[in-house]
Design a protein around this ligand. Structure first.
Ligand code: GLV
Length: 330
């Protein structure tokens, strides 16, 4: 089947409603997440699907399956026949913060190989850029002697969060000869990775990692986990990379750790406030590399099959995959 031309939003609403008694899937995604792309990919897989984009005002009772990202609180209120909620990304904190999230409706998230690849690629880039001091080559080429390799020595990568993304990154770093240590909430065993958990385990990883990567989800347990106290435990000269959630890191504490040269630098993709305000100190700090929450994103083509699979699981009363555990918060 060839590519489906873009359809005007209002048009596809009325077509869907006339064609079918029940509209099944509603994409409640912000524009930058390109809901039209997802609609196109889902329809390529199953042209019979009924898919609306944006709030369904006329017949919200016909919506049984929604795809959401960072929804304004109360967004789901009109959909009283909801049977499943798909969070269109990896972290679910923004979805769970909605006080009007229907409690009894199962929520699942995406676990996608392309998302993991993009994330691992970003993490490797950040680590290698720092190891080979690439930013210094751009900013101060005059300070780098001709013909002499600049390469920091530390070889141990510590990964906080050993879920789908953390495990993928660990494999990539191992392939390239890094030593990988990891920390997770519950005990884990992963081939060739030194795995730690609990408070003592965290201290071990903090104090021994040359590169510390946070891929942690935001939960009541991880909020402000990287504060002054824990960053003081980090190895002197370590490099911090935060791609999990901004609220895991206490920003003033990081500035202090960098200004006191306890840490050598940081690469940050997530922030307490997003987009990061233009005048935020992180943007001008010489030891901080800022990226605009784009270490990875949700590729519609790659994730459409798993969304469809769960939609079919729902229709056929089979268990949904990648369900969110509401007690754990991820
Ligand atoms: C992005 O931050 C995601 O959680 O998918």
């Amino acid at each position: 089947m060839g590519p489906i031309p873009p359809i005007k939003e209002e048009l596809c609403f009325s077509i869907d409603l006339k064609k079918s008694e029940k509209r099944m899937i509603q994409l409640l995604l912000p524009e930058h997440m390109q809901p039209q792309e997802l609609r196109k990919e889902l329809l390529e897989l199953d042209p019979g699907l009924k898919i609306g984009i944006g709030p369904e005002k006329e017949s919200p009772e016909k919506v049984e399956f929604v795809v959401i990202w960072n929804q304004p609180h109360g967004t789901l209120r009109p959909y009283r026949n909801l049977k499943a909620i798909c969070v269109y990304g990896h972290g679910v904190d923004s979805a769970l913060q909605d006080p009007e999230l229907p409690q009894e409706v199962p929520i699942f998230r995406l676990a996608d190989q392309t998302m993991a690849l993009w994330m691992s690629e970003y993490l490797l880039t950040a680590v290698l850029m720092h190891r080979r001091q690439m930013v210094m080559h751009i900013r101060e080429p005059e300070n780098i002697p001709w013909g002499r390799t600049v390469r920091l020595e530390g070889n141990r990568v510590g990964i906080l969060g050993l879920g789908f993304l953390g495990q993928d990154a660990a494999k990539l770093f191992l392939k390239l000869g890094f030593e990988v240590w990891g920390w997770s909430r519950s005990p884990k065993t992963l081939a060739d990775v030194s795995c730690f958990h609990g408070n003592e385990g965290l201290d071990e990883v903090l104090s021994n990692s040359d590169f510390l990567i946070s891929l942690l989800p935001l939960t009541s347990e991880t909020e402000n986990l990287l504060d002054l106290k824990s960053m003081k435990k980090m190895k002197k000269g370590a490099y911090l990379i935060n791609v999990g959630r901004g609220k895991v890191l206490v920003e003033e504490a990081l500035i202090q750790m960098l200004d006191e040269s306890h840490l050598s630098g940081a690469c940050l993709d997530v922030f307490r406030q997003e987009p990061l305000p233009q005048n935020h100190i992180f943007r001008k700090h010489p030891k901080i590399l800022v990226t605009p929450h784009n270490s990875s994103s949700t590729p519609a083509k790659s994730v459409a099959p798993q969304i469809l699979e769960n939609y079919k699981n729902l229709k056929q009363d089979r268990p949904l995959k990648n369900l969110v555990d509401l007690r754990r918060g991820y």
